[in-house]
Design a protein around this ligand. Structure first.
Ligand SMILES: *[C@@H]1O[C@H](CO)[C@@H](O)[C@H](O)[C@H]1NC(C)=O
Length: 122
């Protein structure tokens, strides 16, 4: 499956989380997106919420990050994990996909008020 296609499928899956009100247990989507990155995949397991968040690649990242022969990338997806009882998002070091590059740009982020981000569990 092409990465562009899988990216679209993952974006569609993320819509399911929004339908649930953007919140799974204490894990609020706005607390990982923080108005700057957009969730594009969601996975639930046991007491954990696992997501991939998409950031558009900057010119600097592209200049420094393209390996010989690698196709040009437009975005970077980073895995995060959150315990439903605690609500703190951390980078998921154990995620199989890890940090991945994609040839398409991210969808836009639903902006939330700053105080909603300030009130995220820390
Ligand atoms: C990524 O870039 C696209 C097009 O330039 C923009 O519409 C979108 O909002 C951006 N997404 C993020 C997460 O910055």
């Amino acid at each position: 499956m092409s990465s562009a296609l899988s990216f679209c499928l993952l974006a569609a899956i993320s819509v399911l989380l929004y339908v649930e009100g953007g919140r799974v247990g204490e894990c609020r989507t706005s607390c990982v997106e923080r108005n700057v990155q957009r969730i594009v995949r969601v996975h639930l397991r046991d007491n954990y919420v696992m997501v991939g968040t998409c950031k558009n690649a900057t010119v600097d990242q592209k200049a420094g990050g393209i390996l010989a022969g690698e196709p040009v990338f437009e975005s970077i997806v980073t895995p995060y994990i959150c315990d439903k009882n605690i609500g703190i998002w951390t980078i998921d070091e154990l995620d199989k996909e890890g940090v991945a590059k994609f040839p398409v740009r991210c969808p836009s982020v639903d902006q939330v008020a700053k105080d909603r981000i300030d009130s995220c569990p820390k």
